[in-house]
Ligand binder design. Structure first.
Ligand code: C5P
Length: 299
């Protein structure tokens, strides 16, 4: 038997970051929106745990026990007394180290796939608990749609989305490490009193109404200055998308993928074409949001 789970990427339409906590993490008000770019995680019974990966960025994906998909299988097996002897294959379409939760998606996908394969029938609450242990963004990858993440981003409140938003994503020529971007955030804010992060009412209303123009004026990412400081060329990508008619241009999460909100699918296609021609990025993709969370495709 084989189980395949499809898991979406995310963009953060708001990422409000508080000061560093004693445990090194930062409190966030993190408004996640799942978008229609997917990894597919397939698990098959095997003699031992192994991970393989295919796709354009496959060579950058670690295939050892540090892979979140492998860690998800091990943790679910530990809790239910199952040997995690599975082969995990990741068909990767989400950019690696791109700020779109690609690794988190694989963790959530493998967890749901193993739960299905082994018939462990873990409750949603237990799956979410394992996700939170794997990483701050992993619970959202399981849930999808749109959600406000509090704490380090793992405590989720599901949000209403009143329409489809049309996005363009520009993938950069290299990745950025999330811990490095948070460290740069701390360095840039040294000596600054950082207010407690709160979700923007205006932004939540725009999401609920499906109002792209209103969402465009409300999006924000407190990690953007840190990402730009480590990767200054991203400013050229943002400018290229803006001048092609994007309603909003921002760094996705910790970057370096840049995200552009378009008025409608036609405008998204125009922005994508202009970005591809600009020479300021590696590849360009369009994707609608919101998208569903981790979904079992078949077994
Ligand atoms: O939780 P996750 O493993 O995805 O986090 C990766 C890194 O990002 C953490 O080790 C930490 O440096 C940083 N981080 C943070 N505050 C958060 C989430 C992540 O400082 N809320």
């Amino acid at each position: 038997m084989t189980v395949t789970v499809r898991v979406p990427a995310k963009v953060n339409v708001q990422l409000a970051v508080g000061g560093a906590r004693p445990d090194g993490f930062h409190d966030l008000a993190n408004v996640f929106l799942a978008v229609g770019l997917y990894d597919e995680v397939t698990v098959t019974p095997a003699d031992e745990l192994s991970v393989t990966c295919s796709g354009p960025d496959a060579d950058q994906v670690p295939l050892d026990g540090t892979n979140l998909a492998a860690r998800a299988a091990v943790e679910l097996g530990r809790r239910y007394g199952v040997d995690p002897h599975v082969h995990i294959h990741i068909a990767k379409d989400i950019p690696v180290a791109g700020g779109m939760a690609g690794g988190s998606a694989d963790g959530a996908g493998a967890l749901l796939a193993c739960d299905t394969l082994w018939g462990t029938n873990a409750s949603r609450a237990e799956l979410l608990d394992i996700c939170a242990e794997l990483g701050s963004d992993v619970p959202f990858s399981l849930v999808g749609g749109a959600a406000l993440g509090l704490g380090r981003g793992e405590r989720l409140r599901v949000l209403e989305v009143g329409g489809t938003f049309h996005w363009v994503f520009a993938m950069a020529g290299r990745g950025l490490s999330t811990p490095a971007v948070f460290r740069e955030f701390d360095r840039l804010n040294e000596g600054v009193r950082i207010p407690e992060p709160v979700a923007s009412r205006e932004l939540l209303d725009a999401l609920a109404k499906g109002d792209a123009a209103a969402l465009a004026t409300a999006v924000s990412n407190d990690l953007q200055p840190a990402a730009l400081s480590l990767f200054p060329e991203l400013a050229d990508t943002l400018a290229a998308g803006r001048s092609a008619g994007a309603l909003a241009a921002l760094v996705s999460g910790s970057g370096p993928t840049t995200a552009f909100l378009a008025r409608d699918p036609e405008s998204a296609a125009e922005v994508a074409e202009a970005l591809a021609a600009s020479g300021t990025c590696r590849t360009v993709r369009t994707a609608p949001g919101a998208a569903p969370g981790a979904t079992v495709l078949g077994n």
